[in-house]
Design a protein around this ligand. Structure first.
Ligand SMILES: O=C(O)CCC(=O)C(=O)O
Ligand SMILES: [Fe+2]
Length: 352
């Protein structure tokens, strides 16, 4: 542990630019009369080797009490202010069909990307200062040698309630972009069960879906490319912000997408069940297995997240066509998939 801490200080000291940016963020917060929180210390307390180990082994980790109540309230106030000043945009689901992308608005969910917009940065100085601090990415890279997180982006979200939610999705595709770790900070004091809005993770096949209430001052980390998740309908306003940490420099070393045929075991699943499980758990295959296993729930979440429209219908039809194709191409593995679903087969998942 001491050796790791020493290595961490060296990394930090060699990166003066990040410190300057973080300091500018704090100065802006201070000008507004806010206390100046020590964000670096908060991240150092939060991202321990144990947290990184849990993230690595299970694909997610939860840390409560990140900044303390006062800072959490300041962060929430910034998110609410951006919403009330009309500086947020409706979040959209992207439907890619016949080489064209249509955007389908999610009901009630509003967002602002801080990274690109100087106006929004100055309206939310504390949130911006969090994104300028690289401690979280540095520590995760140190404790999880599978990833080298060298850039990050932040998005603020205001869900106005009234059933606002997200469909089941992955945040990223490792063939297409560098996002590897999603970190969501929740900012909802006095949350109670009846308000919904839980983050639901699907850590298949390690366990059943897991509901995490969006509690004030809670941080949830998970694998951007390999952890399917959704947000349950929220009946009350719900605030959070997300930091996506990416490995941009090593992207070119990421293996290219293998074909299903090249991964398939030579022996049929009855003869070599272990090889069948390995095949089904390959990240390129597992995402399809999840879509099949949670097909109904996936469809329902698409319906709940968007108002009725022709594009939503097209999205649902596309979903069911995909599920059908997956079911047919994985036909001989269906009994193995069912056993995985029942938790009868133990297997190690590579989450990163
Ligand atoms: O609001 C949340 O809890 C998660 C939002 C989400 O999944 C996303 O922005 O991609
Ligand atoms: Fe997401």
């Amino acid at each position: 542990m001491m050796a790791l801490r020493a290595a961490f200080s060296q990394v930090r000291e060699s990166n003066g630019l990040l410190y300057t940016l973080a300091h500018r963020g704090f100065t802006a917060a201070a000008r507004k009369g806010a206390d100046v929180p020590d964000v670096t210390a908060a991240f150092e307390r939060a991202i321990t080797p144990d947290v990184a180990q849990h993230l690595s082994d299970h694909g997610y980790a939860v840390v409560d009490g990140i900044f303390g109540k006062d800072v959490a309230r300041q962060l929430r106030a910034e998110v609410v202010e951006l919403y009330e000043r009309g500086l947020m945009r409706k979040n959209c689901t992207h439907l890619v069909k016949d080489n064209a992308t249509s955007l389908v608005e999610k009901s009630h969910v509003h967002e602002a990307e801080l990274t690109l917009d100087a106006n929004i940065q100055s309206a939310a100085p504390l949130c911006s200062s969090l994104n300028s601090d690289r401690t979280m990415a540095t520590l995760l890279s140190l404790f999880m040698p599978q990833v080298t997180l060298d850039s990050q982006a932040i998005k603020l979200q205001y869900n106005a309630g009234g059933g606002g939610c997200f469909p089941v999705h992955l945040d990223s595709d490792e063939q297409l972009d560098g996002r590897r770790v999603t970190a969501i900070f929740y900012l909802n004091p006095d949350w109670h069960e009846g308000q919904g809005g839980q983050l639901r993770l699907y850590p298949f096949p390690s366990g059943p879906p897991l509901d995490l209430p969006p509690l004030e001052d809670r941080l949830v980390l998970f694998s951007s490319c390999r952890m399917p998740h959704r947000v349950m309908p929220a009946t009350a306003p719900r605030c959070c912000f997300t930091i996506w940490m990416s490995q941009s420099r090593r992207r070119s070393f990421v293996r290219s997408a293998p074909s299903l045929a090249s991964l398939e075991p030579a022996a049929p699943p009855e003869q070599d069940p272990a090889a069948a499980v390995r095949f089904l758990m390959h990240p390129a295959v597992k995402q399809h297995v999840c879509k099949l296993v949670y097909g109904e729930e996936w469809a329902q979440s698409l319906q709940e997240s968007h108002a009725e429209s022709a594009v939503r219908e097209a999205m649902l039809q596309q979903h069911w066509r995909e599920v059908d194709v997956i079911r047919r191409s994985l036909g001989k593995y269906l009994p193995t998939i069912e056993r995985l679903r029942q938790g009868e087969l133990r297997t190690r998942v590579e989450w990163f």
